[in-house]
Ligand binder design. Structure first.
Ligand code: AMP
Length: 253
């Protein structure tokens, strides 16, 4: 079974994000960019499926600017076999929306015929949590989101999902879309020899027009603002005073 893993280039999770002074977006100038952390988990899961003899080939795909090549090289260095870059923009501030990404991925799926598409549950830059679900809808495939365990069975897959207040186990038929959650696995680091070898692995570059997809934005960002800063706390002298404040000032009891 072939596994397709879409990986997104996002602002590194260690970077302190700064909103631009004109409130049009986040400052990306000279900021470290990396693979979306949930996508590293998806790549790791695909590699584990290959190591277990379940997956035969892992294809990583990224849609965005040319520099997304680096996250594809990371996926190849971790253990993916091939990579496809869909160069959809030359402006890194132009975040390709989930619907356009899903439409391109659907075309890649048509060409590649994977048995499983493993995506991150969400991209940490836009927090959309939509691409996997949209891809399942476009393809008419089964989907299992927020996976914390994936077991491939002769009929399809059994997936444990992280839901509010617990875990849900579902069975799905393959081919299917699975979006992965934080506790699925701990991704490996790429070793230096594998980083060197990655550069020699097959790498294709495409454009959205190769797939007949229009990536023009459908959404308009009105404003981006910093979250409001936390107000200073107060020290209370007694439990009675605390209860009084919770009741009359905070209104929470
Ligand atoms: P989102 O719906 O934007 O929160 O993204 C969910 C997942 O979809 C990500 O974790 C990736 O696996 C995939 N994805 C989203 N955007 C892209 C992109 N531009 N290129 C490749 N994969 C993407």
């Amino acid at each position: 079974m072939k596994v397709l893993v879409p990986v997104k280039r996002v602002i590194d999770y260690n970077v302190k994000v700064r909103v631009k002074a004109d409130n049009t977006g986040v400052d990306l100038a000279n900021v470290k960019m990396s693979m979306n952390p949930f996508d590293e988990i998806a790549v790791e899961e695909a590699i584990r499926l290959k190591e277990a003899g379940t997956a035969t080939e892992i294809v990583a795909v990224s849609i965005g600017v040319k520099d997304a090549t680096k996250v594809l090289h990371t996926a190849l260095a971790m253990g993916a076999d091939r990579a496809i870059l869909v160069e959809a923009t030359d402006d890194q501030e132009n975040d390709i929306e989930p619907l356009a990404v899903a439409k391109i991925l659907a075309k890649v799926v048509e060409e590649e015929q994977p048995g499983l598409v493993l995506l991150g549950k969400q991209a940490i830059d836009n927090d959309c949590n939509a691409t996997g679900q949209m891809l399942a809808a476009v393809l008419g495939w089964a989907q299992a989101t927020f996976a914390s365990n994936v077991e491939i069975t002769p009929e399809g897959a059994t997936v444990i999902r992280e839901v509010d207040g617990g875990l849900q186990t579902i069975k799905i038929k393959t081919p299917a879309i699975v979006t992965v959650d934080l506790r699925l696995n701990e991704p490996r680091y790429a070793s230096l020899p594998n980083i060197m070898k990655a550069k020699k692995k097959p790498f294709e570059t495409k454009t959205p027009s190769d797939y007949g997809v229009d990536v023009a934005p459908r959404l308009e960002v009105v404003k981006v603002v910093e979250p409001s800063s936390r107000q200073a706390g107060v020290k209370v002298g007694s439990v009675a005073e605390l209860v009084e404040k919770l009741k009359n000032e905070a209104g929470v009891i």
